[in-house]
Design a protein around this ligand. Structure first.
Ligand SMILES: Cc1cc2nc3c(=O)[nH]c(=O)nc-3n(C[C@H](O)[C@H](O)[C@H](O)COP(=O)(O)O)c2cc1C
Length: 394
C-alpha cells in the first residue's frame, strides 16, 4: 500500500494482505486483513508505531524508504505478536541506531520471540511521555487487550490514538478511513468476538479510559482508521458489557437426522414463544460467524448425537472454543440423540466449566425423537422463556 499522509507529518506506512484467508490457523478471514504501521515525524525525532508481518517486510521497507523520513529514532512496539513484530529484526538491521520503545512485558516477549538484544529496548511505563520535538507520544498500558504486553500510544498534538489490536478489524481495504460503517460493523464484530470477547471486562475498562482523551482519530493495527472515534467506542462499549439479547443459538451436528429433527422442533418452539433463534450446522458454519452470535445470545443450546461414547468431535471442538471465548450467555442446554449409551451430557457439561451459566434440564433421547421428546423440548423452550424474563430481556 502506498505511503499516505494522515495529518501533517503523520503517515500510514503499513501493508494490505488481500489474500489471507485464515488467522492463527483457526479464524477464517472473509475479507483479508492489513498490518498497519504509522510514521510520526517530529521536529527533533522520528518514531515508527508498530511494524508488520515478516511476509511483507520488503514492501514495508520500501514504504519506509518512500516516506521521506531521513532517519528513524524510535520504533514504538505496542504489542509483540508476530503479525506486528515479524519485520522488527530486519528493521533493526536497517536502522542500527533506532531504539524500540515498549512495555516491560513486551520487552520480555520481543527478546524471546525474536532474540532482540536488550540494549536496543527502552521500557516505558503507564502514562509516560516521549517528546519528538513538536509532537508528543503518551503511552497507556492496557494488559490483556489481548496479550499481557499490550499498550496504546496517543499522539497528543494530533489527537491520534494508535490502538494496536484494540478497536481493530480484519478488513483489507485501500481506504485509509472507514468508508462504510455498515459494512465495517460485522467485520469489527467478528474480530471483537474472536479476539477480545475473553477479555471484555478489560476492554470495557479501556474504552472508558480512552474516552476521557480528546481523540480525533483511532488508528488500529488491523483495518481502516476511524475519523469518527465514537462509532467504534460506542459499539465496543456495548459488546464488552454484560448485555445479552432475547436470543438462543443452537450449534449442532446430526449424522443421520435425529438430532436435526430435535433442533428444528426446538427452533419452532422458541420462535412461537417470541424468542429469536439461530441454529448453526457445524458441518457448514465458519467458527467466526458462531463467535459473533455468541456475543449476543442469552442462551446456548448444544445439540449432538453420541459418537464413540461422547459428543461428536465437531461439537466438542465448539464446546471447547466457547469455554475459552467466555461468551456472555447465562444459560446452556444440551439436546441430542444416542443409540445405546455413553456419557455425552456429562462430557459436554465438563467441557464448559469456565462458563458462568445455569445448566438447563437436558433432553437427551434414544434414536428418533417421539412425542414425549417433543414435549420435553417444549418444556425446555418454556424454561428458556422464563429465564429470559428473569433476565429482563423477554
Ligand atoms: C460413528 C458412530 C459412532 C456411534 N457411537 C455411539 C456410541 O458410542 N454410543 C451411542 O449410544 N450411540 C452411538 N452411535 C449411534 C448414534 O448416536 C445414534 O444413531 C444417534 O441417533 C444418531 O443421531 P443423528 O441421527 O442425529 O446423527 C454412533 C453412531 C455412529 C455413526
Amino acid at each position: 500500500m502506498a505511503v499516505r499522509e494522515i495529518t501533517p507529518n503523520v503517515y500510514s506506512v503499513g501493508v494490505v494482505d488481500w489474500d489471507r484467508e485464515i488467522f492463527d490457523e483457526l479464524l477464517p478471514l472473509p475479507d483479508g486483513t492489513t498490518y498497519n504501521s504509522y510514521l510520526v515525524i517530529g521536529s527533533e525525532k522520528t518514531a515508527l508505531i508498530d511494524a508488520v508481518d515478516s511476509d511483507f517486510e520488503e514492501e514495508f521497507i520500501t514504504n519506509l524508504a518512500c516516506s521521506g523520513a531521513t532517519g528513524i529514532d524510535y520504533l514504538v512496539v505496542n504489542h509483540a505478536e508476530q503479525d506486528h513484530s515479524g519485520s522488527i529484526p530486519v528493521f533493526l538491521e536497517l536502522f542500527p541506531s533506532a531504539k524500540i520503545v515498549t512495555s516491560e512485558k513486551c520487552k520480555e516477549l520481543l527478546m524471546s520471540l525474536h532474540f532482540i538484544p536488550e540494549f536496543r529496548i527502552i521500557v516505558v511505563k503507564d502514562n509516560e511521555t516521549l517528546s519528538l520535538g513538536d509532537k508528543t507520544l503518551e503511552f497507556m498500558e492496557t494488559p490483556w487487550a489481548h496479550w499481557p504486553d499490550t499498550m496504546l500510544t496517543f499522539l497528543k498534538e494530533d489527537g491520534i490514538l494508535f490502538s494496536c489490536d484494540l478497536f481493530g478489524a480484519h478488513y483489507a481495504s485501500s481506504s485509509l478511513f472507514i468508508d462504510d460503517e455498515h459494512t465495517h460493523y460485522l467485520l469489527a464484530k467478528r474480530y471483537f468476538a474472536e479476539i477480545m470477547m475473553p477479555f471484555r471486562k478489560k476492554v470495557s475498562e479501556y474504552v472508558e479510559r480512552v474516552s476521557s482523551y480528546d481523540i480525533q482519530i483511532i488508528a488500529p493495527s488491523h483495518g481502516p482508521m476511524y475519523n469518527r472515534p465514537e462509532y467504534i467506542l460506542d459499539i465496543c462499549r456495548k459488546w464488552s458489557s454484560d448485555e445479552v439479547k432475547n436470543r438462543v443459538i443452537i450449534p449442532y451436528i446430526s449424522m443421520h437426522g435425529s438430532t436435526k429433527k430435535m433442533v428444528s422442533y426446538l427452533t419452532e418452539s422458541l420462535i412461537a414463544r417470541g424468542i429469536e433463534v439461530r441454529p448453526f450446522n457445524l458441518g457448514k458454519t465458519d467458527s467466526g460467524r458462531l463467535a459473533m452470535e455468541l456475543l449476543d445470545a442469552a442462551t446456548i443450546v448444544i445439540a449432538t448425537p453420541t459418537v464413540l461414547f461422547g459428543p461428536h468431535p465437531k461439537v466438542a471442538n465448539i464446546a471447547f472454543i466457547s469455554n475459552i471465548l467466555k461468551p456472555k450467555a447465562k444459560a446452556v442446554g444440551i439436546i441430542g440423540s444416542y443409540g445405546w449409551g455413553g456419557k455425552t451430557v456429562k462430557d459436554l457439561s465438563d467441557m464448559i466449566q469456565k462458563l458462568d451459566v445455569e445448566l438447563l434440564e437436558p433432553v437427551y433421547i434414544r434414536g428418533l425423537p417421539n412425542e414425549e421428546a417433543f414435549l420435553k423440548l417444549d418444556e425446555m423452550a418454556d424454561d428458556i422463556l422464563n429465564k429470559h424474563k428473569e433476565y429482563n430481556i423477554a
